[in-house]
Design a binder for this molecule. Structure first.
Ligand code: S3P
Length: 439
């Protein structure tokens, strides 16, 4: 347990760079391990979640090494070329690592055992097992599709066409990764587009992936199976979901001006920045460019008087991990912020809807919780604060309420900030370097 307290601060100032994108980091290791030849990855997030993926790739027979300059070098095994791990794969806290790997393992002709921490072992895996069973995989799990699980891969996979019942990039990716080793075409239909890093990286590694927009705003993604994946270097952009914390901190802390450099601006990830701008947030994108196939910009963020807004449910997939920190911003805005379409928050690292509401209440915020919505009412003055927050193995809860305490009247304490290392090692030092008072 690592208890921290966050105290009222003014004038956050400076230029920072946040760590590499978690979603792209996981994928770069998995794709590198499935490609023929040597893949070099720069800018990899060296957080606990991604290190679990690196360890899993090694257990499956891929060579994964970190060089002194921070470059990661992977000698791939080819699609379907993994060997049976001797032990149980421990995916730690990471739903992305577990679910994407289930897709990878679906077509390896051996059985893999997989587990994770208490948070991961309480998260639903049926959403991934359901389509993978159609491909031919057998699973044994705890009740209600909870981990630990055993994955019995198939050596005669069937290509499928699958319409996602929930907007989930993890489920989409698991199906596409399984489809890599199936003959013919695997299709995923998503009613509301989710992050497309898997599609982009599959193309980067030489697979044939077609993406069509539907009339109703959805997407149809078609992968041609059994490609020869060819090793390619990957430059990982920084994580917009991590940039979210210093961005909101600068917006709500009086006198602040902070530049966050080289933030990944994939349009399917930037719903928070759109929303904060609608709230009156002074966020200026400068030096917009494309780096390694992903959009990137420097964000200049200044303290702003925010106003409450309604955030439509259709925006949820592009900011699904950002609602905890948006709820913090809303607690310092004038008026009512209505966030809709939040049902997926209940199955993240914690039940984020319940935990955010409980934590905001502990900090004196007027908040209402619905089955799939949250309403925050505030008067534009510094919120009270003073809450003792339980982070519940959820990095984004810990970071969100550290940010809250920087602007609230009374300090906020977090019972355990150690989960932050899953996605944002060095977060507290980086914030203190801007002038924050986090002890
Ligand atoms: C992720 C997808 C999202 C997101 C998670 C990372 C990914 O989950 O919450 O942090 O890398 O594919 P869902 O796909 O379950 O919504």
């Amino acid at each position: 347990m690592k208890t921290v307290a966050s105290h009222q601060t003014e004038n956050l100032a400076g230029t920072i760079r946040v760590p590499g994108d978690k979603s792209i980091s996981h994928r770069s290791l998995m794709f590198g391990a499935m490609a023929a030849g040597q893949t070099k990855v720069t800018g990899l997030l060296e957080g606990e979640d991604v290190l679990c993926t690196a360890a899993a790739m090694q257990s499956l027979g891929a060579q994964v090494e970190r060089q002194d300059d921070g470059t990661w070098v992977i000698q791939g095994r080819g699609v379907g070329g993994f060997s049976e791990p001797t032990g149980v794969l421990d995916m730690g806290n990471s739903g992305t690592a577990a679910r994407l790997l289930m897709g990878v393992l679906a077509t390896q002709s051996f059985t893999t055992f997989m587990t994770g921490d208490a948070s991961l072992c309480s998260r639903p895996m049926e959403r991934v097992m359901k389509p993978l069973r159609l491909i031919g995989v057998n699973f044994v799990s705890r009740e209600n599709g909870r981990m630990p699980i055993a994955i019995q891969g198939t050596d005669s996979p069937m290509p499928i066409s699958y319409e996602l019942p929930v907007a989930s990039a993890q489920v989409k990716s698991a199906v596409l990764l399984a489809g890599l080793n199936a003959p013919g075409k695997t299709t995923v239909i998503e009613p509301n587009p989710s992050r497309d890093h898997t599609e982009k990286m599959l193309q980067h590694f030489g697979a044939e992936v077609e993406v069509e927009e539907t009339d109703k705003g959805g997407r149809v993604i078609t992968l041609t199976g059994q490609p020869e994946l060819v090793a390619r270097d990957v430059v990982v952009p920084t994580d917009p979901s991590s940039a979210a914390f210093p961005v909101v901190a600068a917006l709500i802390t009086p006198g602040s001006k902070v530049t966050v450099e080289a933030v990944g601006m994939n349009p399917l990830r930037t719903g928070l920045f759109t929303t904060l701008k609608e709230m009156g947030g002074k966020i200026t994108e400068v030096n917009t460019r494309i780096e390694a196939g992903e959009e990137v910009a420097d964000l200049v963020v200044e303290y702003s008087e925010l106003t409450g807004v309604t955030v439509p449910a259709s925006r949820a997939p592009s900011m699904i991990d950002e609602y905890p920190v948006l709820a913090v911003a809303a607690s310092f805005a004038k008026g009512t912020t209505h966030m809709e379409g939040l049902e997926e928050l209940r199955v993240k690292e914690s039940d984020r809807l319940a935990v955010v509401v409980e934590s905001l209440k502990a900090c004196g915020v007027d908040v209402e919780e619905g089955e799939d919505f949250m309403i925050v009412k505030a008067d534009g003055q510094p919120a009270l604060g003073g809450g003792e927050i339980k982070s519940r193995l959820d990095h984004r809860i810990a970071m969100s309420f550290i940010v809250f305490g920087l602007a609230s009247q009374k300090p906020v304490t977090i019972d355990d900030a150690s989960p932050i290392d899953t996605s944002f090692p060095g977060f507290i030092d980086l914030m203190n370097g801007l002038g924050a008072k986090i002890s």
